[in-house]
Ligand binder design. Structure first.
Ligand SMILES: O=C(O)CCC(=O)C(=O)O
Length: 289
């Protein structure tokens, strides 16, 4: 499983690229979009190295990296709470290009609901098809309220168990609309290492079976949601005080570590349609000549 290289993760362009209308339209139409080559190869190798170290550290802490309930066959390595293990994961979670897309697709009140990895080793099998929005809110799913940014740390395709998705399934609003067995209609994502697959939270998907003999498939799942939804992860529980201490304020906010959930409602009149607060009597008095 070992990778090589120790380069810092640096976006190919430090400039925030404006998100094109075409990309957003494609995402709306398909329920997913691939951002190609977001990371340089050296940065991919560095992130992969950090992931393998995180898997070892997780086991050493007594947090298992195998989840038999989720992954049949015991050939998947799950690493939870990535932010806890190395700064590179915070850098990926806040990557400007990805965040620009997430903001355009979810709005400004985003949160980082979860960030975990699934390494599908040769011989791994496919999990139960699902959509992620159903894990954080009940049906009907009338709107997109969450989405994944899937960081590819290996080239992915059908052979090594790339995530499989059901085309147009982001339009389903209830469980009743989902085919009894969605698997036959599913297709595999294809992307190069260093790319990011953006996926609508309503898209039905599953891990592919890794039928190769020698190709691992390491993916990181940064799961963003709107702020009215409870986080999938309990970051207060899973991050140590040391880790919490080194996070930047924006990421802390997105992890729900700074305050409550008062920022996006009518207190701040963010719709612009509501009246601003009345001036206080003392201010009025002091302003009189
Ligand atoms: O590993 C994959 O390709 C999909 C993982 C997934 O959907 C999940 O863990 O919920």
């Amino acid at each position: 499983m070992r990778g090589s290289g120790a380069a810092k993760v640096t976006p190919m362009s430090e400039t925030v690229v404006a998100v094109g209308r075409g990309a957003l339209d494609t995402f709306e139409e398909q329920g997913w979009l691939v951002l190609e080559d977001v990371l340089e190869p050296a940065a991919v190798a560095s992130a992969r190295e950090a992931l393998l170290a995180a898997a070892d550290a997780s086991e050493a802490r007594g947090i298992p990296t195998r989840m038999d309930l989720l992954d049949p066959g015991g050939r998947n390595v799950r690493v939870h709470d990535l932010i806890e293990y190395a700064p590179v994961f915070a850098e990926l979670a806040t990557h400007p290009l990805v965040i620009a897309h997430v903001r355009a697709l979810l709005g400004e009140d985003l949160m980082l609901s979860n960030f975990s990895a699934n390494i599908a080793l040769p011989g791994s099998r496919s999990m139960t098809p699902h959509n992620d929005q159903s894990t954080v809110m009940p049906e009907p799913w009338l709107d997109r309220h969450c989405m994944n940014a899937i960081w590819c740390l290996d080239d992915i395709d059908e052979g090594n168990g790339a995530t499989r998705f059901l085309p147009r399934s982001h339009r389903y609003t209830t469980f009743a609309e989902v085919p009894t067995d969605p698997r036959p209609g599913m297709e595999s994502f294809r992307a190069r290492a260093g790319s990011v697959v953006l996926m609508d939270g309503r898209t039905w998907h599953t891990s592919g079976a890794n039928t190769s003999t020698d190709r691992e498939r390491a993916l990181l799942f940064a799961f963003y949601s709107r702020s009215f939804l409870r986080h999938q992860n309990n970051w207060w529980r899973s991050l140590s005080p040391e880790t919490r201490g080194r996070l930047d304020p924006q990421l802390k906010e997105w992890l729900g570590l700074r305050g409550g959930n008062m920022g996006h409602g009518t207190y701040l009149a963010s719709s612009g349609r509501l009246a601003t607060p009345e001036p206080s009597p003392s201010r009025t008095t002091s302003q009189e000549p």
